[in-house]
Design a protein around this ligand. Structure first.
Ligand code: SAH
Length: 236
């Protein structure tokens, strides 16, 4: 677990990337962008290429042992990490990686409760394995597919974390009933018009009976989870 954060201090993200111009990108609009502007969180993109070698600021080289593609150099990346994060930095150091532990709502909640994160974005074939060990990088995957770089994965992680920070979501409770928060997929939502193309809003939702509505939603959530994601349900 990471250290906690005083309520008024921003949740601090430092993103190490070869493409700092991609940030804040989509994180600069809507809920996340407004929270960024308010100072609920901060975002510092850091260009790994600043630590590149030689006249061309080379950051990558051919893989030891041969094979296709290029690998981000250990010395270059470690210097970028050290510049972004002193040894006493309490923030966890993450590496976006298809080999990582899956990003879950549980991990998102854990990160949101901490002081922030250093997020390293890979490119090419990835990064030299020794940096992962030497700098204690926690590998995180956003799913079983391969992206061309870690930036979009980092944005996915940051978006999921930021919406959980205090004051970011309109109704404080709107995070609590959502998909995954209680181990189930969320029940279906309806709004106006009451009849649409011959489809009516389920009567129970218009009954005003809050007990019945809550029960119906629980049943729907359970049925949906059983049909689509039985892996989320406890055994048996
Ligand atoms: N050769 C690697 C893939 C490299 S893809 C392998 O087979 O495992 C280039 C970069 O994109 C990675 O270093 C990582 O930072 C990012 N990336 C790709 N897919 C990802 C995923 N599913 N989750 C998180 N990051 C991913």
């Amino acid at each position: 677990m990471s250290a906690s954060r005083p309520d008024d201090a921003p949740w601090r993200a430092s993103v190490l990337t070869l493409h700092p111009a991609m940030f804040p990108g989509p994180l600069g609009v809507s809920l996340c962008g407004e929270a960024l502007a308010r100072g609920t969180w901060s975002l510092e993109p850091r260009d790994i290429r600043e630590f590149g070698r030689g006249r061309h600021r080379a950051v990558d080289d051919t893989p030891a042992g041969g094979g296709p593609g290029m690998v981000i150099r250990a010395d270059v990346l470690s210097e970028a990490i050290d510049a972004a994060s002193p040894p006493d930095d309490p923030r966890p150091r993450l590496l976006m990686s298809p080999r990582g532990e899956p990003l879950t709502q549980g991990l998102v909640r854990e990160l949101a409760g901490g002081p922030g994160a250093i997020v390293v974005c890979g490119r090419f074939e990835g990064v030299d394995e020794r940096v992962i060990e030497g700098r204690g990088l926690r590998e995180v995957s956003i799913g079983d597919y391969v992206l061309s770089g870690g930036e979009i994965a980092a944005m996915v992680l940051l978006d999921a974390v930021v919406r959980l920070l205090p004051g970011v979501m309109g109704a404080a409770s709107s995070g609590e009933e959502e998909s995954f928060e209680n181990g189930l997929l969320e029940y279906p939502h309806y709004t106006r018009p009451r009849d649409w193309e011959g489809r009516a809003i389920p009567d129970v939702l218009l009954s005003g009976d809050h007990g019945r509505i809550a029960r119906w939603r629980r049943e729907q959530a359970r049925a949906l989870t059983k049909a689509r994601r039985p892996d989320l349900l406890p055994e048996g």
